[in-house]
Write a protein that binds this ligand. Structure first.
Ligand code: GLP
Length: 260
């Protein structure tokens, strides 16, 4: 696990560099996209590179992490619509090449199994962008999630519904109770995990993820089991890390050619 502590704009450029490096060498790469506010600056930077520098997504494919259950198809907070608005509609990526778990399916377990198969059929996710919830969730894998879990239906915690109410005009009742989400096992199968977190509200979750025991109580701690994880955080999100100085020194000494 590599931890980079830097200002938010630097973090966004580093994550964008990773996606760009992948697309330049493998234009048909498979991207894993996350919703939430954390990756927004990365997506803005990728759109800028598309518009100004010709970075093309035309041959890429993308899979999103999770979806609310029960939102109408045209709901602005449906994650499929969010990711279109934030990234995929702003670049040359055909919407048919973007997939997400289907929270509107009649048979949700069958749709979840089909989603797992679709990721496998695409050859697996090459780079997965991630955020982290204040309770340590990744995608919608809340505390208590199996560390080997696959795409399935989950119930959101009160904390997450409260955190996400800001996207629903602060109306807690409007936030769905259920979701479909890639499992922790699904996420761990991606080639490279790039997690972004900023702000003091994430500091405890980041500490538990990086330095805590691997535990279902802090689902993101399962990332310690993955061989290639980049944790990109600002000073505030790093404020509870015991090893912060070590991570800063390691990053400062890293040869520029190495990348994430
Ligand atoms: C949401 C999403 C996650 C996201 C997390 C943090 O509930 N399901 O994929 O990483 O919460 O969101 P934010 O980046 O807005 O803090």
């Amino acid at each position: 696990m590599e931890v980079v502590i830097a200002p938010a704009d630097v973090l966004a450029r580093l994550a964008a560099d990773t996606v760009e490096g992948l697309l330049r060498t493998r234009p048909d790469a498979v991207l894993g996209l996350a919703t939430g506010s954390s990756p927004l600056a990365v997506y803005d930077e990728l759109v800028r590179r598309h518009v100004e520098e010709g970075l093309s997504f035309a041959r890429a494919r993308a899979f999103t992490l999770d979806e609310y259950v029960g939102l109408p198809l045209d709901h602005p907070q449906r994650y499929r619509n969010v990711i279109a608005r934030e990234l995929t509609d702003r670049v040359d990526l055909d919407p048919a090449r973007v997939a997400g778990p289907d929270g509107a399916a009649d048979d949700l377990p069958a749709a979840c199994a089909a989603y797992e198969q679709a990721i496998v059929d695409a050859g697996g996710v090459d780079v997965q962008i991630l955020g982290i919830g204040t309770d340590g969730h990744i995608a919608f894998n809340e505390p208590g999630s199996s560390l080997a879990s696959r795409t399935r239906v989950k119930t959101l915690t009160a904390q997450t519904r409260q955190d996400n109410a800001r996207f629903f005009d602060d109306d807690l009742e409007a936030v769905p109770q259920h979701c479909v989400t890639q499992g922790i096992g699904t996420i761990l199968a991606a080639g490279h995990l790039v997690l972004l977190a900023t702000g003091r509200a994430k500091a405890e979750a980041v500490h538990q993820m990086v330095e805590g025991p691997v535990s279902a109580l802090w689902p993101a701690s399962a990332l310690q089991l993955h061989p290639h994880v980049s944790v990109l955080i600002d000073d505030a999100a790093a404020s509870r890390l015991q090893l912060a100085d070590h991570f800063r020194q390691t990053w400062a000494a890293k040869p520029a050619w190495q990348g994430l």
